[in-house]
Design a protein around this ligand. Structure first.
Ligand code: ADP
Ligand code: MG
Length: 448
């Protein structure tokens, strides 16, 4: 790969992950000057861009560079008065990505056969979504279109929407189904673009009867890819083809998603998956034991169900660990299980920090951290700032005056009001509750 090709690969990927305005401001007149001794030198037009790229994009740029050339270990930015205009060239190599899932996944449909209704437990937390799924199967494309399912991390969105796909594949004996995550959709499109086979990319969505698109919140802030998706969506929708979408939040609180796409999402049926109650968690554990042909005492099953409440993926993780111990020692006792939990919980309950809270909230609302910390009265900043205050108070136990001081010199009464307000809303307002749960999950449960 030449320097120009390498840089084109980086820019292509970045272009699809940030807004057009951002891309033009920060990346337009950049180029790759050299790649020597594991160091990539990037030419930038001025000091302002240099600082910004260094602070905001260095990690991302390095990551993409390393994907294409693993020998690169670091990057520096150099101001060039005359930036060389880069040649517009395609990059073949972008396509080479390792994906171990391919072993299981049906290449034609993208479906993973392990996600079925047989292994899916239904409880009050997901029964509406489940019922909607079943109606869809009987009335493909005609009843709820699109079906939009949202909920927090690890609660069964992927499982449910893939199970619909697998069920349709089975009962209609068809493969005209496409399951894809919005992340893969984005990457595949970028690759198609650089390989000049966009037509092939589009063709895979042309003759299908069902499109399942997972984690659509990933499209937030990516104008170009939203446009591509919008066209595919419309095309299928107009032909009465079924579309199923999942997201970690409802459509109206996905930041920077185009209005027309949002209203499309809202045009069908929107349903959420909540948190499983204790009995359902017990049922899920028993189902998994069945599948693995293993047994555990009621006492241990109940203990696990009582202690892992908010994430089924985590529930599975804990169960697998317990089963491993069960294999090593016969007659696993509750005391040993408790010890496993003690060991694990130190890791699970990570500490969070001031900057982490600000970062997570700003990313969630797609707002700039700097502006959240200065007095802007725009309404979207107000609510985001109230969440920051609430989290600082509850998660870090900071005092009201200390919070006020760190958020640009706010009075402690403002902080008290914000905390009280969020507290009240959490009891009455479903949407605020969703946002809160999402933020907490991002603070503690994901590996970022
Ligand atoms: P999400 O997509 O919402 O993050 P997943 O669908 O990946 O969550 O689910 C996480 C794990 O929990 C998966 O292994 C899945 O099989 C399991 N799981 C989720 N919901 C259920 C359920 N209702 N019954 C049985 N297993 C479930
Ligand atoms: Mg998922």
């Amino acid at each position: 790969m030449t320097l120009d090709e390498l840089w084109t690969a980086v820019l292509t990927e970045i272009e699809f992950n940030i807004s057009k305005a951002n891309f033009n401001t920060w990346f337009k007149d950049t180029n790759l000057i050299s790649c020597e001794k594991n160091l990539a030198q990037i030419g930038v037009p001025n000091g302002f861009v240099k600082d910004w790229l260094e602070n905001k994009y260095k990690k991302v740029i390095l990551k993409i560079l390393r994907k294409n050339d693993p020998s690169i270990k670091d990057i520096t930015f150099r101001i060039q008065k005359e930036t060389k205009k880069r040649e517009e060239k395609s990059v073949e190599e972008l396509n080479q990505k390792l994906n171990f899932d391919y072993i299981l996944i049906d290449q034609e449909t993208g479906l993973n056969p392990k996600y079925t209704f047989e292994s899916f437990i239904v409880g009050s937390f997901n029964e509406v979504a489940y019922a909607a799924a079943n109606s869809i199967i009987k009335n493909l494309g005609l009843l709820y279109n699109p079906l939009f399912i949202y909920g927090g991390v690890g609660l069964g969105k992927t499982h449910l929407i893939q199970a619909i796909g697998n069920e349709i594949k089975k009962i209609y004996n068809t493969k005209s189904i496409k399951y894809i995550t919005s992340e893969k959709f984005t990457n595949d499109f970028i690759n198609a673009l650089s390989n000049k086979n966009v037509d092939n990319f589009r063709a895979q969505f042309e003759n299908i009867n069902l499109l399942i698109i997972d984690d659509v919140q990933f499209f937030a802030g990516k104008e170009k890819i939203q446009e591509v998706f919008f066209n595919i969506f419309n095309d299928l929708y107009n032909k009465n083809k079924q579309i199923i979408i999942s997201s970690d939040r409802p459509p109206h609180i996905i930041p920077t998603i185009e209005e027309r796409l949002k209203s499309r999402f809202q045009g069908g049926m929107i349903t959420d998956i909540g948190y499983p109650d204790f009995e359902t968690r017990v049922a899920i554990i028993k189902k998994k034991l069945d599948i693995h042909k293993e047994t555990l005492s009621e006492e241990i099953i109940n203990y696990i169900a009582a202690n892992v409440q908010k994430n089924i993926r985590e529930l599975e993780g804990v169960l697998n660990k317990v089963l491993l111990y069960n294999k090593i020692q016969n007659n696993l006792t509750l005391d040993v299980v408790k010890k496993i939990f003690e060991k694990g919980s130190k890791k699970i309950k990570k500490m969070t920090t001031f900057s982490n809270i600000v970062k997570i909230v700003s990313e969630f609302f797609d707002l700039k951290e700097e502006e959240l910390l200065t007095p802007s009265r725009k309404s979207e900043y107000v609510i985001a700032r109230q969440f920051i205050m609430y989290l600082l108070r509850n998660e870090l136990k900071l005092s009201y005056p200390a919070i006020g001081e760190r958020l640009g010199g706010k009075d402690h009464t403002t902080v008290m009001y914000a905390c009280k307000k969020i507290d009240e809303e959490l009891n009455n307002n479903e949407e605020i509750k969703q946002i809160y749960n999402n933020l907490i999950q991002k603070l503690y449960l994901t590996n970022c």
